[in-house]
Design a binder for this molecule. Sequence first.
Ligand code: DX5
Ligand code: ZN
Length: 243
Amino acid sequence: MVELLPSILSADFARLGEQVRAAERGGGSVIHVDVMDGHFVPNLTIGPPVVKSLRRATDLPLDCHMMIENPDEFVGPFAEAGANWMSVHYEACRHLHRSLQLIEQHGMKPGVVINPATEVDLLIPVLGMVHHVLVMSVNPGFGGQSFIPYSLKKLRRLKELRQELGLSYRIEVDGGVAHDTIADIVQAGAELLVAGNAVFGDGNPERDARALLEAARKAEKKSSKFPPSRKSGAKNGAPRRGR
Ligand code: DX5
Ligand code: ZN
């Protein structure tokens, strides 16, 4: 079942609680929190105090996406602040296996993230220990960028690997998720859909979250009726002509 994860990066930070609750009324089911350090990515955002305030503003799970150089040092503070899910970048962790263990030990659901230039198969050794795998479909650091189409291949590969390896991780996507990309994204296998600009960009997060989630559910329904077949070369699950 697809879920919408509003990313507060594009929210009005002066009215954060209110904006998060509006996105929740529109169907957002997990709140995505982008943590940036100005080193791993060229931008700075928020730390544990904001997560602590968010924790009081909503009962939804808080999904912390750590775009920082030294995530291990912040696992404890974010867990104490009330984070529920935490994903760390393959590219930022020298000892990824250990970082994921640490997140789990702090009672959070561990996730691993890959940048656009990192291949999915590099994650095979840790796929059995994560709750979610996050595919960055833009270069991390900023909201409102265009979706990188190669990401669809990665989503398909993750779905294929999950079946092959008999695992149950969830497939998350982040960056450029919007009305013009969402059908292909869902069709490719993403279930956890992070959206910042498409939810908060127009100042009406309730309406815009609802519309985006509806589009995602529609695509999901279509894809379960007409599952994509790579052998037939069918696009978007449509049966090939003459069959
Ligand atoms: C980018 C962040 C995203 C960002 C996505 O580094 O990880 O979560 O909010 O923004 P949109 O949905 O606007 O592409
Ligand atoms: Zn993110």
